[in-house]
Ligand binder design. Structure first.
Ligand code: ZN
Length: 291
């Protein structure tokens, strides 16, 4: 599967000029790194993300647009490969990171993680060079009406290394897996580590049930999953809000920032140059504390 995904990426680069151009632009993006001692945040100036960052995500706006994850609305040049019987893999035509894929469900069903969490663990093992991630419908998904995961090659997200060194409180432990609450990362974060898939799933479901205060409403979360020789690692960011006050502010206080999963993992995407120029440690810390 890894080889087929690699092939898809290089074939789409050859046959899809816009995708190639946006992929090459990633190499020239301006970055600023902020070291908080216990963790790193990388600010990325990415003008191509303006549409997505500023997008209207209310139910009416979503219902009125054509769903770009449904096959019939995709450009002819876009191709996908099946990763299991329910999901396929596509290149992300608006990448934020290198080798950035979208893994949509093959039918138009709402974004929710609980029915698909086992698929996520399967994909992490199948694509063990990649980190798989999930954006909650209310906290980062640009298609909240169509279930999808995303994947990027490992090593691009600061949280992957920061979570290994973080201080933590152990919430659950036995020989098959643990739950840790990570400390001092500037945002709420839980880490499940499990060498047994079913046990890892049961730990995730335990956490989910503790967070699901309202019936039929998914707790706001961004979830990352990667697999290595020690097993599965699930990083869960608990969200309070999608957008911080700066997004709604006017004038000099306005910052166009809509933190989704990638931002929570330590790459803050800023589509406007003036925001990128003025962003500082204090504002970054404030944005994370709000969301
Ligand atoms: Zn759709």
């Amino acid at each position: 599967m890894k080889q087929r995904v690699e092939n898809l990426f290089s074939e789409q680069l050859n046959e899809w000029a816009d995708f190639k151009e946006r992929t090459e632009q990633l190499n020239c993006l301006e970055l600023k790194e902020f070291n908080f001692g216990t963790h790193r945040i990388i600010a990325q100036f990415n003008p191509a993300r303006a549409v997505s960052t500023g997008a209207k995500l209310d139910a009416k706006s979503i219902a009125e647009r054509k769903c770009f994850l449904c096959r019939e609305n995709q450009p002819d040049v876009q191709r996908g490969i099946d990763i299991n019987d329910r999901f396929c893999v596509l290149v992300n035509p608006f990448p934020i990171l290198k080798k950035h894929f979208t893994i949509p469900l093959k039918s138009h069903e709402k974004q929710e993680i609980l029915p698909y969490i086992a698929d996520m663990l399967d994909f992490a093992k199948l694509l063990d060079d990649y980190t798989i991630f999930y954006n909650g419908a209310q906290c980062g998904a640009s298609a909240p009406d169509h279930m999808h995961f995303q994947a990027v090659t490992k090593g691009q997200l600061p949280i992957e290394s920061d979570c290994k060194n973080a201080k933590y409180v152990l919430l659950s432990e036995n020989s098959r897996g643990t739950i840790k609450e990570l400390k001092n990362l500037g945002r709420r974060c839980l880490l499940i580590e499990a060498n047994d898939k079913n046990y890892g799933l049961s730990l995730f479901r335990q956490i989910y049930s503790q967070l699901a205060f309202q019936k039929d409403e998914e707790p706001m979360m961004n979830v990352f999953c990667y697999y290595n020789s020690e097993g599965w690692h699930l990083i869960i960011f608990l969200r309070k809000a999608h957008r911080p006050s700066q997004f709604y502010a006017e004038g000099a206080d306005h910052i166009m920032v809509s933190p989704g999963a990638i931002d929570m993992a330590g790459v803050m995407v800023l589509p406007r140059k003036e925001d990128f120029d003025k962003i500082d440690r204090k504002t970054i810390a404030d944005i994370y504390s709000q969301v």
